[in-house]
Write a protein that binds this ligand. Structure first.
Ligand SMILES: *Cc1c(COP(=O)(O)O)cnc(C)c1O
Length: 225
């Protein structure tokens, strides 16, 4: 497998999807999801010019942060346990998976202790699947207002995970639902930042881009693992 070819192909597909929907490809960040990927392979991707990486487990994240250059930016994309926050809070560029008020409060507490602000996305369970983390759509607008009042957090936008499917068109309504929600929040509360929409993975990122994703989280299509 040639990692450079994979990167080019994914970037071309993002650019084509952006073009189809009248968007600028530069407005979309390709986040390389490196869970289960070796440090050697991540370094190859880093050498291709990638600086932003996503991990979903705290332990793996800590290990990899220590082994990659300092200018790499790490995103936490998986469910976070409240008691693990203190280990990563000062090393994370963006938390995508803020999914409860208790987690938000603990991040806030740790952030204030360290005199910093933590950038977060609110994970919304648009599909309503029981197995998924995330705030139910019906509670999302209230949740975002509460989080936005915590001084240690900076709300940047929203994140969702679509159900697994081999037919990406099936999940288009999920992505459209997240975009609609972000627009509604912006209309109702213009002080809340809704610049970021993190949605789309290897098998559905083109549809997500067409529906307004600003970050796509791609693992398998880049690394093949
Ligand atoms: C693993 C993972 C991804 C990437 O999934 P692929 O299908 O491998 O692209 C994206 N987001 C989250 C939250 C993940 O856990």
């Amino acid at each position: 497998m040639n990692i450079r070819d994979n990167i080019l192909l994914v970037k071309e597909r993002i650019a084509a999807a952006a073009c189809r929907s009248g968007r600028d490809p530069d407005d979309i960040t390709l986040l390389a999801v490196t869970k289960n990927v070796s440090v050697d392979l991540i370094k190859q991707v880093y050498d291709c010019g990638f600086k932003e990486f996503g991990e979903n487990r705290v332990q793996e994240l800590q290990k990899k942060i220590a082994l990659l250059p300092d200018d790499a930016v790490w995103h936490m994309i998986g469910h976070l346990q409240t008691n693990k926050i203190k280990y990563i809070i000062d090393k994370i560029g963006l938390i995508h998976s803020l999914d409860s008020l208790s987690l938000a409060r603990e991040i806030n507490r740790q952030a204030l202790l360290q005199n910093m602000k933590v950038q977060v996305l609110l994970e919304i369970n648009i599909s309503g699947e029981q197995s998924k983390f995330g705030i139910p759509l019906s509670e999302a607008r209230e949740f975002v207002k509460l989080v936005n009042c915590l001084p240690g957090l900076t709300v940047r936008g929203l994140m969702t995970m679509a159900p697994y499917t081999t037919y990406p068109e099936e999940v288009r309504p999920i992505f459209r639902g997240l975009k609609d929600l972000s627009e509604r929040i912006s209309r109702e509360s213009s002080e809340i930042n809704m610049d970021v929409l993190s949605m789309g993975m290897s098998n559905d990122f083109e549809v997500a881009v067409e529906e307004g994703a600003t970050i796509v989280r791609v693992g398998t299509a880049l690394f093949g693992v």
